[in-house]
Unconditional design. Structure first.
Length: 369
């Protein structure tokens, strides 16, 4: 009987060991599958990030889309991107209720995360049970039970942080931090790209005399209209004799010429076309979705009409002297060049090439390049 019991015990031990081995292998396979799944998800996230960078939305819209992608792809409960502009912290994207934003904006001064910022390393914190709360939480007891804090740097310059939060203790224990580091790097890349976009958006100005947007508008808001079409025609034209008018007549007369030309062109353009004062005597029009041949015919007609305009001398020409009975006028001389623009290519590069051509050409005809 003792031998039978010993054999039974040995069999049970073998079964237990076998089950442990099987369980270990299953556990490893699950971990492998989880990590692989996270990496595949990571690649999808990166692709969506790249798509977001290239779209025509505003800076804040892009950050909102990025944050939504992170939340959806990684099943993260809360995600918040906070940017430091050198003076204050500003939440640029978050799905956390706004009543908690004051807390989230001040995490940089919280002792829990200050070392993380100094060392540029992520910080993971969690509670062990639902009765505890995270150290930085004030009025938000029970909202988040774990968090990973990622300081953000551009070229070794601190620009803010990204924090993800979970609603379950130890929820992020097995999350693939390698992928999250890649995601953080891409958040920084996107912030850098959209900082450049925001700079462009902020320097767009309304020109005083033409009433048009400055050239920067082409690369910001105007690009949304332009890139709705695969191909467009770009026209750059120059008031050739504007410097002469300014010098020989008066600066104010030159300003009146600019106003007259701008108003005349504006009333003949469709809403989808983008018309800006490019620089000095130069103006740019992007005919969104229009063929070059059609634009050439249109601009040939407009060139003739513009050069027939009669703009009266401004009062500053007479400098207190009585005006002559016959009104003195000036007429603009126009030189123009037209080129094709393809969506996704460099509009700035195309205009630079056109500008070089128009400055070096003496042709009175409208030229295609």
């Amino acid at each position: 009987m003792a031998i039978a019991e010993l054999i039974l015990i040995c069999i049970l031990v073998i079964i237990v060991i076998a089950l442990m081995v099987v369980n270990y292998r299953v556990h490893n396979k699950i971990d492998t599958y989880t990590n692989l799944n996270q990496r595949v998800t990571g690649l999808q996230v990166l692709q969506e990030f790249m798509d977001t960078i290239g779209d025509d939305s505003s800076v804040d819209e892009k950050l909102g889309k990025i944050n939504d992608v992170l939340i959806q792809k990684y099943s993260i409960k809360y995600s918040t991107i906070v940017v430091y502009d050198g003076a204050q912290y500003k939440i640029r994207a978050s799905n956390v209720d706004q009543k908690h934003w004051d807390t989230l904006k001040n995490l940089a001064i919280d002792p829990v995360f200050s070392d993380s910022i100094k060392t540029a390393t992520p910080k993971y914190i969690t509670v062990d049970n639902d009765n505890e709360k995270l150290p930085y939480q004030k009025m938000e007891f029970g909202r988040a039970k774990c968090a990973i804090f990622f300081p953000l740097y551009i070229d070794n310059v601190y620009i803010g942080y990204w924090i993800i939060e979970g609603s379950i203790p130890h929820e992020f224990d097995k999350i693939d931090t390698t992928i999250l580091d890649v995601v953080r790097t891409n958040i920084v890349t996107i912030l850098k790209a959209i900082q450049n976009q925001q700079t462009i958006e902020n320097i767009v100005r309304d020109d005083l005399y033409s009433g048009l947007k400055s050239a920067e508008y082409l690369y910001a808001e105007g690009k949304k209209k332009i890139d709705q079409y695969a191909e467009s025609a770009v026209c750059l034209f120059k008031i050739v004799n504007l410097p002469e008018i300014n010098e020989s007549v008066s600066r104010k007369t030159g300003d009146h010429v600019i106003t007259a030309i701008s108003n005349y062109i504006k009333q003949n353009l469709a809403p989808d076309y983008v018309f800006v004062r490019y620089m000095g005597p130069k103006f740019a029009i992007v005919f969104s979705g229009i063929d070059i041949d059609g634009v050439t015919n249109f601009m040939n007609g407009k060139k003739l009409e513009l050069e027939q305009l009669k703009v009266p001398y401004a009062d500053d020409f007479y400098k207190g002297q009585p005006k002559p009975e016959e009104t003195q006028t000036v007429s603009p001389m126009i030189r123009a060049v037209i080129s094709k623009y393809y969506k996704g290519t460099s509009l700035d590069g195309a205009l630079k090439k056109m500008e070089e051509f128009i400055d070096s050409s003496n042709s009175p005809d409208i030229t295609s390049v």
